[in-house]
Design a protein around this ligand. Structure first.
Ligand SMILES: [Mg+2]
Length: 364
């Protein structure tokens, strides 16, 4: 069947309170939602990116995929990438491509009347998640409440907080918040994410302290993910796993990260890397390096594809995206018990967009 329509809109949703990590602060999240259709069924995709992605989709990607057959998504993925050559693929363009790719796969699965995980092929029935938030802007009581909700109320056995506050200028407060988190979560696994806020020496010092004193198991972007040699160096200096990959927009990026020996677990984001088409290739790259893959943010969009790869570690159940996705979509998956269970009774990824709920937030 032929793709006959592609549309895209951008929505700006305020955060529930000010949010910041080690290297960025924000008070709203922009989501670009894509719909593709064949005149009968509709496929739905989205990305968390700038509103400029709407123009990329309308001007370049829609002409590339309208008229293609829905059974030739790998060909469409290549056509979209080639159409954007002169804009440069990493960043906004790759995010736009990702949203369209997800919508195309969703449409194909709906045409066939199968869940996406059954179209890809199942490797597992459940998708482990970790609670993610713990922003540096939170006071202790807000952090405690959030962590207790995940671990005690939702029974998620692994959580992550942000550190590296103010580009690594507040290491004492970072360690205080890590100690606080450990007290609140008991035996649950504790992860931290510096978003590239530390120098290599700072990361080594804090990584050792957090691993040894608070049993931190996962140290994400201890230094900039552009510093592959730095990641590889600090990785060998403490017990926690080093993870990175959230800014991967092309397959080449992940290949170079793996070749550098930079990570213990590779992260990839469906809404940035090129959609389901590329995410599955990234998982295979990680597998060829005997590593696991972890889905970055946008938990509901990852569930089915994550269940289709054997070397999955988990998916990030990010506070901000959880809030937005449960508000704007029907069919989202609860993280209770520490795992999402893809619903195989619903075609595609199983979600539908609440257009009227989203309308007040529309900016493009
Ligand atoms: Mg991160």
């Amino acid at each position: 069947m032929t793709v006959t329509e592609v549309s895209a809109c951008a929505y700006k949703i305020p955060t529930d309170r000010p949010e910041a990590d080690g290297t960025l602060a924000w008070d709203a999240t922009i989501m670009v939602v894509v719909t593709v259709g064949d005149g009968h069924d509709l496929g739905l995709g989205w990305t968390y990116a700038g509103a400029g992605a709407v123009a990329v989709i309308t001007d370049l990607l829609a002409p590339a995929v309208i008229g293609t057959d829905t059974s030739e998504i790998p060909r469409s993925a290549e056509t979209m990438a080639r159409a954007c050559r002169n804009l440069g693929r990493p960043g906004l363009v790759a995010s736009a491509i990702s949203a369209v790719d997800v919508a195309l796969w969703d449409l194909r699965a709906r045409q066939l009347g199968v869940a996406l995980v059954d179209l890809f092929g199942r490797a597992r029935d459940t998708v482990p998640v970790y609670g993610s938030g713990g922003f540096t802007t939170y006071d202790d009581s807000t952090t405690e409440t959030q962590l207790a909700t995940w671990v005690d109320d939702w029974s998620i056995p692994r959580v992550k907080i942000k550190i590296g506050e103010s580009w690594g200028a507040e290491p004492a407060r970072d360690l205080h918040r890590v100690a606080l988190a450990r007290r609140v979560i008991g035996e649950a696994e504790l992860y931290v994410d510096a978003n590239g806020g530390y120098t290599a020496k700072e990361a080594l010092r804090l990584g050792r302290a957090m691993s040894d004193d608070h049993d931190v198991r996962w140290f994400e972007e201890p230094v900039s993910s552009d510093d592959l040699a730095g990641l590889a160096r600090v990785r060998s200096g403490f017990r926690a796993d080093v993870a990175a990959g959230e800014y991967g927009y092309t397959l080449d990026y992940f290949s170079k990260m793996l070749d550098a020996g930079a990570v213990d677990c590779l992260q990839a984001d469906v809404t940035r890397c090129g959609g389901y088409s590329v995410w599955r290739e990234v998982a295979a790259l990680a597998d060829a390096n005997h590593l696991q893959i972890s889905g970055h943010c946008a938990p509901n969009i990852h569930a089915h594809v994550a269940a289709s790869v054997p070397n999955l570690r988990h998916v990030e159940y990010f506070h901000d995206h959880h809030r937005i996705e449960t508000m704007l979509f029907d069919g989202t998956l609860p993280p209770n018990g520490g795992a999402m269970i893809p619903d195989r009774t619903r075609p595609g990824h199983g979600m539908s967009f609440r257009v009227t709920v989203a309308e007040p937030y529309r900016i493009a």
